[in-house]
Design a protein around this ligand. Structure first.
Ligand code: HEC
Ligand code: HEC
Ligand code: HEC
Length: 363
């Protein structure tokens, strides 16, 4: 019996297939030749044509919509502390590309292809989960970065909470939300960069090859060169407050006034190296010089111990039992066994919790 593929409709079908394959091969070879001889334009000067824009953006929207279905529930996005924390991160990182309410975008950003959108105009088109996905994953083939840490993604909700406020915001309210209020507290002390200090290896995402083309190290130049500008406390105060308690962000940024110098310095280095994961603190800490880390640790350790008021929720008596005695039945040790007494001053790397902000502890 003859093979069914050499007779009847199959025969002309296989000819068609061969023809189709040949055309594909020719197209592929032609494409490769065009790439090899530099015939493919890569200039970012002309805008994308309507087709490229539509294909890229539709693919992006569909992908984000799909991933957003797997995102867990959002925290309370109306929490003023969360919004304030997100505002400060937005001002330091996102505004360089996306502008702000009533404020134009940087000419550098407008020269990118695709161009980053002015967010006050477009954020309403995305759900909170979609925004979370865009901030966590970034957008491939564009300048939109993924979140600059490999974990602690919960902090992304702070920026989402702020994005929700953007469309209604005035330029004046935007400035107030993104700049530290240090009026009435005296000028923040200068802490000169002086010298770089030891170079620290940075652990972040999968490193790309060829490895000698990239430098995963801190101190780095930074998105905002906070360290190079010699007055880092002015930035810290935006989130942690001039008194270090974290008041401007309702305790979302932890209370630094209760920590000892060794803990503060160790934490700053760990954020810079990426061994303690926080996209928010990584952008800050990676731009500080070695001498500035020491100076900041001494500065915050010297501030008088102050605490934010306790929140009016939860059960303080039940908490006290857990903290002092633990819960044997649930194999929960007494927190105070490690965190009590002179924790924070013991040099053992156990932070002090008494006086720490509730919002940060919860997170
Ligand atoms: C280096 C520039 C850059 C930075 C920094 C940046 N973005 Fe983007 N962003 C982009 C570009 C480019 C796009 C993609 C535009 C496109 O696909 O059309 C984008 C897209 C977005 C979008 C989708 C907008 C839309 O209408 O499609 C959102 C939302 C967004 N960024 C939020 C942020 C936030 C919040 C931050 C800060 C955490 C941030 N971006 C930081 C460049 C940047
Ligand atoms: C944009 C807001 C923001 C700015 C600016 C900022 N921080 Fe933070 N900081 C945070 C948040 C949020 C955390 C908690 C991160 C986490 O989840 O680990 C944190 C954590 C810390 C911690 C760890 C404290 C602990 O109890 O674990 C230290 C130390 C610290 N920051 C110091 C600084 C210093 C010094 C500066 C200025 C050079 C600064 N921060 C600027 C938001 C900020
Ligand atoms: C066996 C000792 C030990 C016990 C018991 C313990 N902790 Fe801790 N805890 C630590 C250490 C060590 C760290 C610092 C970890 C690090 O640096 O990453 C820490 C960190 C923390 C932090 C982060 C604080 C900050 O400023 O970064 C919180 C919050 C915390 N513990 C809460 C608790 C609570 C609540 C309990 C009781 C239910 C408890 N811990 C019991 C050792 C302990």
């Amino acid at each position: 019996m003859r093979s069914p593929f050499t007779t009847g409709p199959f025969k002309s079908g296989s000819r068609l297939l061969i023809g189709f394959g040949a055309v594909l091969l020719a197209l592929g070879l032609g494409g490769a030749a065009a790439m090899h001889f530099g015939l493919v334009p890569v200039s970012a000067r002309p805008p994308h044509n309507a087709l490229t824009t539509a294909v890229l953006h539709d693919t992006f929207r569909a992908s984000v919509e799909r991933s957003a279905r797997e995102v867990g529930p959002a925290p309370d996005l109306a929490d003023p502390g969360l919004i304030a924390l997100g505002a400060r991160h937005y001002g330091q990182v996102c505004s360089s590309c996306h502008g702000g309410p009533g404020l134009g975008q940087s000419p550098v950003a407008l020269s990118m292809r695709p161009r980053p959108q002015s967010l006050p105009a477009v954020v309403d088109g995305f759900s909170a989960s979609e925004l979370y996905v865009i901030l966590r994953d970034g957008v491939r083939f564009t300048a939109m970065p993924s979140w600059p840490s490999d974990g602690n993604f919960n902090e992304i909700w702070a920026v989402v909470a702020f994005l929700r406020q953007l469309p209604e915001m005035t330029p004046e309210a935007y400035r107030a939300a993104t700049v530290a209020d240090v009026a009435g507290t005296g000028a923040p002390p200068a802490m000169a960069w002086t010298r770089r200090g030891p170079q620290m290896p940075v652990k972040l995402h999968d490193e790309a090859g060829p490895i000698e083309d990239y430098l995963y190290a801190a101190p780095s130049t930074g998105w905002r060169p906070i360290g190079l500008q010699d007055v880092p406390v002015a930035y810290c105060a935006a989130c942690h407050g001039a008194d270090g308690t974290g008041a401007p962000t309702g305790g979302q940024a932890p209370n630094l006034a209760i920590l000892d110098a060794d803990t503060i310095a160790a934490r700053l280095r760990a954020y810079a190296e990426g061994t303690r994961e926080s996209g928010i603190m990584a952008t800050v800490a990676s731009s500080l010089s070695g001498p500035q880390i020491e100076a900041l640790a001494a500065y915050y350790a010297d501030l008088p111990d102050r605490t934010l008021g306790a929140p009016d929720r939860g059960d303080p008596e039940r908490g006290a039992v857990l903290a002092r005695r633990g819960d044997f039945a649930r194999a929960l040790p007494a927190c105070g066994a490690c965190h009590g007494g002179n924790a924070g001053a013991s040099g053992l790397g156990v932070p002090r919790l008494a006086g720490q902000g509730a919002a940060f502890l919860e997170r």
